[in-house]
Design a protein around this ligand. Structure first.
Ligand SMILES: Nc1nc2c(c(=O)[nH]1)N[C@H]1C(S)=C(S)[C@@H](COP(=O)(O)OP(=O)(O)OC[C@H]3O[C@@H](n4cnc5c(=O)[nH]c(N)nc54)[C@H](O)[C@@H]3O)O[C@H]1N2
Ligand SMILES: Nc1nc2c(c(=O)[nH]1)N[C@H]1C(S)=C(S)[C@@H](COP(=O)(O)OP(=O)(O)OC[C@H]3O[C@@H](n4cnc5c(=O)[nH]c(N)nc54)[C@H](O)[C@@H]3O)O[C@H]1N2
Ligand code: SF4
Ligand SMILES: [Mo]
Length: 738
């Protein structure tokens, strides 16, 4: 008997989450034989998580579309790429011609930022669409970080990254990197980095309404009432500024607004906020003082403090804490990358926009754009509310808003009412089932990969290029090719100047993402300057380093890298300071709000084997005990008559779902937790494995009206819900399953 001899070994970066783990993949012809961690990757050093092996399953998934499809009365029918692209462009154009440019909307989802081809070419398609109704997963995620960076530092992508490998004190709010593998902190193997921190005598403190996997490994965990972090952070600022004394060090020379911070934080003593946050005043004071006394310290907050009603304030105050304690732009504190493709400081043609705010507003609710996008929380109402400027057609790309954004049932209704919808997506899922046409791109393994975005947020400067593993099947299209073809069709239909349109199309097609990448690398900080690449970094030189290249630890770079006027750091931007009034009115009302008995605060969670909504079709990732359960504290369970394994009905202003109960003191009393990304039981979804592990969608409960008013970001954390046991006495009382 002969055994198959691996014909090739490939090295590449996993692009499923932000951690950028190096992979070592063995293939035999068109088959993947194994996927392991790449020990020689200088950044991830062999670390991977269970999702990496799913790259093979996704590639081989029989439910994945391999050809465009069109929805008909009798089901989906395949059609050729030429026909699909032409018809899509025709129908988008027809809607725009009849109802104006803004009648077509676009939503792009999370996998876009893991796809450099899509990142580099999508803007050209957006330009051809010329709509103000642009939406993305940003406004259910990190928008408050962009807002804080834009207002304080002058560029939405100049986001401080915790220097986890050198810090002595890490204060983590609303993040669970042991499960999520980190976010806006690309740090493969976070668990080992945390252990190393502790081994060098450092400490980690986690502030979270749930005792998470990260909290368990930390030195201390504090429960906090969901949605009240801004108050707690203000109390920490109060201690640092009023009790310890601010220490700006080098930053004093170019920082404005310290006196203002001193003034505004005066009232927020630890004692004042304690009844609201649930954190004892002496604990807050002790932690703030330990933070100030540590040789270096960093405060870091992610999804849990970003997706809340005061997400903008939270991200601002986190920056303020790092600045006033002398830990900003300093070893072991909050630092900035210098990536090889520099979206912040590179040459103008390669840079991303600094950001913008309020250049236009959403039609129905009047929410401001940020950096050209509107908050996705208004997408449903913009489609469903008749009148001038109503959205009548939609493009979704690499997104699943029905499951991933607020009030999914409203979006189901809205999408079903559209004149035309097209989805660029490999699956027929909760969102794309509403599309008239689906355009499926090639798989992760059929394209090259470069982390344009996550190198910008990594805990070390690092760079790597991954060539495609397999050639795409004949005729298959990359995401970027789909965008480029649609742009070309639309330009022609809109009657754009013919010669110019043709030239730009041909030029972009010839360049493709790889040549654009090469230009960006050559023009970047390691390009023409001869260090550490001699005579300068290019794509070809990068390809010769299949495991990637370490470009060193993060280095102080302010004020040079600031993008504000006169390169000054703004510690107290007006928009953020002004929002304190809303904070006081909401969280510090004169009278305590009346709460009814069955009412609890809902939060989400992530499991290491989930990836938002779209990887539940991989059998090995969904095996084992069902994970879409409602975590309830034992005291609440007793009070509400809920038992382990029983069903609970969860009701919010917008909807109702029911889920099995897990009774656990992991969550604080008064708080319940349901993971996001489930709810695959909707009719028409063609995901066989996910369908058998359907669960319910937390976003059938989340409220499109609950937003952070200054950023427009969705406020998921701390949603008021009613919980009651489901009595299975008869058919009529069967729970509503998402
Ligand atoms: N309640 C609650 N809701 C949340 C969150 C939460 O914590 N709580 N988290 C939020 C966060 S942080 C995020 S980022 C969003 C994610 O929100 P979305 O980005 O809208 O949703 P995903 O679940 O990531 O869906 C990704 C889609 O892209 C498709 N896809 C995968 N790879 C590719 C590709 O290479 N090309 C193309 N064209 N398509 C591809 C998948 O089939 C799927 O349809 O969800 C948010 N929603
Ligand atoms: N395995 C896995 N990894 C992922 C993803 C995934 O779906 N699965 N998604 C990827 C994406 S798109 C992102 S953006 C990142 C997100 O990465 P993280 O931000 O680390 O994501 P979560 O695990 O959702 O952590 C949010 C934490 O906030 C807590 N929390 C909720 N409400 C509050 C509150 O009001 N205050 C405080 N202090 N805490 C609160 C929750 O209990 C939870 O522990 O993960 C990425 N990695
Ligand atoms: S942690 Fe993220 S990048 Fe690393 S293997 Fe898992 S999914 Fe891939
Ligand atoms: Mo995200």
């Amino acid at each position: 008997m002969t055994t198959a001899v691996p014909s090739r070994t490939h090295f590449r970066t996993c692009n499923l989450c932000e951690a950028m783990c190096g992979l070592r993949i063995e293939t035999d012809g068109q088959r993947v034989l194994s996927i392991r961690g790449d020990d020689a990757d200088p950044f991830s050093q062999g670390h991977i998580c269970p999702k990496a092996v799913a790259l093979q399953d996704l590639h081989e998934d029989p439910d994945r579309l391999r050809q465009p499809v069109r929805r008909t009365a009798t089901g989906w029918e395949p059609l050729s790429w030429e026909e699909a692209l032409a018809e899509t462009a025709q129908r988008l154009h027809a809607v725009q011609k009849a109802h104006g440019k803004n009648a077509v909307a676009i939503y792009s989802g999370n996998p876009t930022v893991h796809n450099h081809g899509a990142m580099l070419l999508l803007p050209f398609f957006l330009k051809a669409l010329r709509t103000r109704n642009k939406f993305s997963a940003t406004s259910v995620d990190q928008l408050p970080h962009h807002l804080a960076s834009y207002l304080m530092l002058g560029h939405q992508l100049l986001i401080p990254v915790p220097d986890v490998d050198r810090t002595h004190f890490m204060l983590i709010l609303g993040a669970n990197p042991v499960a999520s593998n980190g976010s806006l902190m690309t740090a493969p193997g976070f668990r080992a980095r945390l252990k190393a921190l502790q081994q060098r005598g450092g400490k980690a403190v986690v502030v979270d309404p749930r005792k998470t996997e990260t909290a368990r490994l930390a030195d201390e965990h504090l429960f906090i009432r969901p949605g009240t972090d801004a108050l707690w952070l203000l109390a920490v600022v109060h201690v640092l500024v009023h009790e310890v004394g601010a220490r700006l060090g080098r930053l004093a020379a170019f920082t404005d607004g310290l006196a203002h911070v001193h003034e505004l934080s005066r009232e927020f003593t630890p004692e004042h906020v304690a009844p609201h946050t649930g954190v004892a005043a002496e604990t807050t004071r002790r932690i703030a003082r330990a933070f100030a006394e540590a040789p270096s310290a960093v405060c870091y907050g992610r999804v849990g403090v970003s997706t809340q009603a005061f997400g903008g304030l939270c991200q601002w105050l986190i920056n303020v804490i790092n600045v006033v304690s002398g830990n900003f732009d300093r070893e072991g504190g909050a630092m900035f990358t210098r990536p090889a493709f520099d979206l912040v400081g590179g040459p103008p043609a390669m840079r991303m926009s600094r950001g913008s705010i309020g250049r236009w507003k959403s039609r129905v609710r009047g929410l401001p754009e940020f950096s050209g996008e509107l908050p996705v929380s208004v997408l449903g109402e913009e489609i469903l509310t008749p009148g001038e400027g109503q959205i009548r057609a939609l493009v979704t790309s690499a997104g699943n808003p029905v499951v991933s954004t607020p009030n999914g049932r409203q979006l189901d209704e809205a999408f079903a009412s559209l004149d035309f919808m097209v989805s660029v997506d490999p699956y027929i899922n909760e969102t794309t089932r509403h599309a008239h046409i689906i355009l499926p791109p090639v798989t992760q393994l059929e394209r090259g990969h470069f982390d344009l975005i996550f190198n910008t947020f990594a805990v070390r400067n690092t760079v790597k290029y991954s060539p495609p593993l397999f050639p795409p099947p004949p005729g298959a299209r990359h995401d970027w090719e789909i965008f480029l073809e649609l742009k070309h069709h639309l330009d022609r239909l809109h009657g754009a100047p013919r010669v110019r349109g043709e030239l730009s199309y041909q030029a972009l097609k010839a360049l493709g993402p790889e040549r654009l990448l090469d230009l960006g690398l050559r023009a970047g900080p390691y390009g023409f300057k001869p260090r550490p690449f001699r005579p300068g970094l290019s794509l070809a030189r990068l390809k010769a380093q299949p495991h990637g290249v370490d470009l060193g630890a993060l280095r102080p770079c302010l004020p040079q890298r600031l993008a504000t006027r006169e390169r000054r750091l703004q510690l107290a931007p007006e928009l953020l300071v002004g929002d304190l009034q809303r904070l006081r009115a909401t969280l510090l009302p004169a009278e305590a709000p009346a709460r009814s008995d069955g009412e609890l605060l809902l939060i989400g969670r992530r499991h290491v084997r989930d990836n938002n909504s779209w990887m539940h079709n991989v059998a090995k990732l969904v095996s084992g005990k069902p994970r879409c359960t409602l975590m309830v504290h034992p005291e609440d369970a007793r009070r509400l008559g809920l038992r382990e394994g029983g069903e609970a009905r969860i009701t919010s202003r917008v909807g109702e779902v029911s889920a099995p109960v897990t009774v656990t003191d992991e969550v604080m009393p008064g708080v319940v937790s349901l993971p996001h990304g489930y709810g695959h039981g909707r009719p028409g979804v063609q995901l066989r494995v996910a369908g058998a592990h359907a669960g319910v969608s937390i976003n059938d409960l989340s409220d499109d009206r609950a937003i952070d008013e200054i950023s427009g970001n969705a406020a998921f954390s701390g949603l008021h819900v009613r919980i009651e046991p489901v009595e299975c006495t008869g058919r009529d009382e069967q729970p509503t399953i998402g």
